[in-house]
Design a protein around this ligand. Structure first.
Ligand code: FMN
Length: 195
C-alpha cells in the first residue's frame, strides 16, 4: 500500500485512528505509554488517548500515580498504538507536560458521574488493603459531593509532545512498510526505514 510521506504525521495519524475506530472491536484509542523510572528502567502501561492535535497526544490520569511521579522526575516519554485488525503500529517519542486546567476540566466534566467519583476514590498506584476500602471511599465521596464532584487537583491530563512519530504497516513476507517523521527546526521530515 502507498502512504503519503508528505502528509503531516498528525493528519496521517488521524486517518489511521479513524480507520481503527471502524475495524477495532475494543479501544482503538488505547496506547501503551512508557515513562522512565528513577532507576533508569522503562515503565509501561496502557492509557486511553483522549485528545490529540498538532501540539501532541493527551491522556488523563492521577497526578500522584507512579507514571506521574516518573514524568515529574524525567519528562521524557513514549507511546505506542497497535491496531491488530489493521496490522498497524504507530509510536511516538517526546517530552511530556501537564495538559492545561481547561483541558482537564473539559474532559473531567464530560465523564459519567461514576468515573468522576472514581477519580476521587482511587489513590492510584498506592497500596490498597482490600477492595472494601476502595468501595467505602467511593461511598464517602458520593455522600460528600452527591452529583457534583469538582475535578480533584490530583487528577488531569498529560500531553506527549512528539519529536518523532513512526508508522508501521504490515506487508507480505515481513516486508512491512515503515516510515518515520522527525521534527527538524519545527518542521516534520520523513524517511522510510527498513522493516
Ligand atoms: C485499555 C486500558 C486503558 C487504560 N486507560 C487508562 C487511562 O486513560 N488513564 C489511567 O490512568 N489508567 C489507565 N489504565 C490503567 C493503567 O494501565 C495503569 O494500570 C494505571 O494508570 C496505573 O499506572 P501507574 O501505576 O504506572 O501510574 C488503562 C488500562 C487499560 C488496560
Amino acid at each position: 500500500m502507498k502512504f503519503d510521506l508528505n502528509k503531516n504525521p498528525i493528519d496521517l495519524f488521524a486517518s489511521w485512528l479513524d480507520e481503527a475506530k471502524i475495524t477495532e472491536p475494543n479501544d482503538p484509542d488505547a496506547m501503551s505509554f512508557a515513562t522512565v523510572s528513577s532507576d533508569g528502567y522503562p515503565s509501561v502501561r496502557m492509557v486511553l488517548l483522549r485528545k490529540f492535535d498538532k501540539k501532541g497526544f493527551i491522556f488523563f490520569t492521577n497526578y500522584n500515580s507512579r507514571k506521574s511521579n516518573e514524568i515529574n522526575a524525567n519528562s521524557k516519554g513514549a507511546l505506542c498504538f497497535h491496531w491488530k485488525s489493521l496490522r498497524r503500529q504507530v509510536r511516538a517519542v517526546g517530552n511530556v507536560e501537564k495538559a492545561t486546567d481547561q483541558e482537564s476540566d473539559d474532559y473531567y466534566f464530560s465523564r459519567p458521574l461514576g468515573s468522576r467519583i472514581g477519580a476521587w476514590a482511587s489513590k492510584q498506584s498506592k497500596l490498597l488493603d482490600s477492595r472494601e476500602t476502595l468501595l467505602k471511599r467511593v461511598k464517602e465521596y458520593e455522600n460528600q459531593f452527591e452529583d457534583k464532584p469538582p475535578r480533584p487537583e490530583f487528577w488531569g491530563g498529560f500531553r506527549l509532545i512528539p519529536k518523532e512519530i513512526e508508522f508501521w504497516s504490515d506487508g507480505k513476507f515481513r516486508l512491512h512498510d515503515r516510515f518515520r517523521f522527525v521534527q527538524v527546526k519545527n518542521e516534520w521530515k520523513s524517511n522510510r526505514l527498513y522493516p
